[in-house]
Design a protein around this ligand. Structure first.
Ligand SMILES: [Cu+2]
Length: 237
């Protein structure tokens, strides 16, 4: 069988794309986010006004403004390359999902890229009215009865956006819209990982909703793994 020229070219392009996707290489930054001082304790949330949600919990859901782990670790810190990397030419084609379940936003902090599709789903038997309080991007709020399809939205500028529900005042979360593909949110152990970084000098920024922003410089050469830890000062509030 003989392949036509255009077919061969397509195959070559596909093979090249596969190699690039499979082996991006580069360095990695890993680290842990911790705090010093005494953070305010999470408070139990009273959902009595929404029995269909309240009945989903055997113990009350707790506020998530500050979520800590053993060893003074801090969860829900967005760590991202804020300078040094070229701007992304396009957004990923995959959507990110922000779910409303048990009158609770999951995840509490959702990070995604400028112009990436955001899907908001309602897994509850009650209506929600999601209201992200954007100041730089266009502000909107949308009502979503049970069983309705996901809301699809995009943001065209980087911004940390506080998200509330106009029906259930205890519901609160964040959108972290970033212009880089190099970002992570610290997990339950305060850990984060930024893989596939080409060699270069970068500014790393760490953002926490209650404790503000910190930056540090990191230089990556070759395929090395560098450690970068952040320590926030906990302020009771
Ligand atoms: Cu709601």
């Amino acid at each position: 069988m003989q392949l036509s020229k255009s077919c061969t070219a397509t195959l070559t392009a596909l093979t090249f794309a596969a190699i690039v996707t499979a082996a991006p290489g580069g360095g990695t930054v890993t680290g842990k986010v911790t705090y010093t001082g005494t953070p305010a304790k999470p408070k139990p949330i009273d959902m009595a006004k929404e029995p269909s949600c309240a009945k989903q919990y055997t113990t009350p859901l707790m506020t998530e403004n500050v979520v800590t782990g053993s060893g003074n670790t801090l969860e829900y810190v967005v760590v991202y390359i804020s300078a040094g990397a070229p701007d992304e030419s396009s957004a990923p084609s995959t959507a990110v999902t922000f779910d409303q379940k048990g009158c609770h936003y999951t995840p509490h902090v959702l990070a995604f890229q400028v112009n990436q599709e955001l899907k908001v789903t309602n897994s509850d038997q009650t209506s929600h009215n999601i209201h992200p309080l954007a100041k730089i991007n266009r502000e909107w709020n949308k009502s979503q009865p049970p069983g309705t399809p996901p809301i699809s939205e995009k943001y065209d500028k980087p911004e940390f956006i506080s998200v509330k529900c106009n029906i259930h005042p205890w519901m609160h979360g964040w959108f972290a819209v970033v212009k880089t593909s190099h970002y992570a949110v610290s997990d339950g152990s305060g850990e984060f990982k930024l893989p596939n970084l080409p060699p270069g000098k970068y500014t790393l920024t760490a953002w926490h909703e209650s404790y503000g922003t910190q930056t540090q410089e990191v230089t990556i050469s070759g395929n090395e793994t560098k450690s970068a830890n952040f320590v926030f000062t906990a302020k009771p509030y």
